[in-house]
Write a protein that binds this ligand. Structure first.
Ligand code: NAD
Length: 269
């Protein structure tokens, strides 16, 4: 297999489970050296299991503990990775969480936790990546771009989500963060894009698919009639990180089986 990301260094945040783990494996299989980030000691063993699987397929990388909502920890992660590997070429801003609540009962802590990780975390990591990309510039043997940022957004950057106002707000914010920095740094050959997953089977949404009844209900929202898997997102991430998408910046690539096509309107309205 052609290794489209050979020799490139990729940080994937929130990579000890779900989409982040799947993206780490896909980028490593494409030749990138991956930094599998996890937030707390309790997630260390899971991150190491992801890394073991990567190494068993001759992939390269390390695990790294860092809470992306904390400025000092993010700056230290980038400094340590650059000291160890020389640079960072790809950032996958994936870490995210939910703290769901009816709006009238939502606490400030639930609001701040989701915005702090999902949106401020993406800002802090993107800022460190941009600083490094600007400092280094293009290295033609590695990539046509000086760096690539992939923001893990959601269909909820465009689909409102009652009971999840904090989460949907964070994803709407990611859309404007992504587009604004894509516009600002395109002249420096830095590409910034988002992936907007639909329903992907991971721990974050297990109640939505783990029983046949729940999965059937979920499928009503998915014209393509299957729930997504992390490999669907991994393939999109490899494409957005590689020179195959060199003329693509400032977009959200929805990987959602048609969830954003408003399937309720196919038989009504
Ligand atoms: P997940 O819960 O398996 O993964 C989220 C990861 O983020 C976890 O590994 C967690 O440890 C990590 N994390 C949480 N707080 C962190 C912090 N402060 N610092 C660093 N890491 C932290 O769920 P997932 O579905 O794999 O979610 C990954 C991303 O995909 C999220 O941004 C989520 O919003 C997005 N997404 C998922 C779906 C889906 O259907 N699964 C759909 C749309 C968007």
């Amino acid at each position: 297999m052609e290794k489209k990301l050979q020799g490139q260094i990729a940080i994937i945040t929130g990579a000890s489970s779900g989409i982040g783990a799947g993206v780490s494996k896909a980028l490593a299989a494409a030749g990138a050296t991956v930094v599998v980030n996890y937030p707390v000691e309790a997630a260390k063993a899971a991150a190491e299991a992801v890394m073991e699987e990567i190494k068993s397929s001759a992939g390269l990388g390390i695990t790294y503990q860092c809470d992306v909502s904390k400025e000092g920890e993010v700056q230290k992660m980038f400094a340590d990775v650059i000291a160890q590997f020389g640079t960072v070429d790809i950032l996958v801003n994936n870490a995210g969480l939910q703290r769901d609540s009816p709006f009238q009962d939502m606490t400030l802590e639930q609001w701040n936790t989701v915005l702090g990780v999902n949106l401020t975390g993406q800002f802090l990591c993107a800022r460190e990546a941009i600083r490094e990309f600007l400092k280094r510039g293009v290295v033609p043997e590695k990539s046509k771009a000086a760096g690539k940022i992939i923001c893990m957004s959601s269909v909820h950057e465009v689909i409102p989500w009652g009971g999840h106002a904090n989460y949907a707000t964070s994803k709407g914010g990611i859309m404007q963060l992504m587009k604004s920095i894509a516009q600002e740094f395109a002249p420096y050959k830095i590409r910034v894009n988002s992936i907007g997953p639909g329903a992907i089977k991971t721990p974050i949404n297990h109640t939505a698919w783990e029983t046949p009844a729940a999965e059937k209900k979920l499928l009503e929202l998915i014209p393509y009639n299957r729930v997504g898997v992390v490999e669907d997102i991994g393939a999109a991430a490899v494409w957005l990180a590689s020179d195959d998408s060199d003329y693509v910046t400032g977009i959200t690539l929805f990987v959602d089986g048609g969830m954003t096509l408003y399937p309720g309107f196919s038989t009504n309205g």
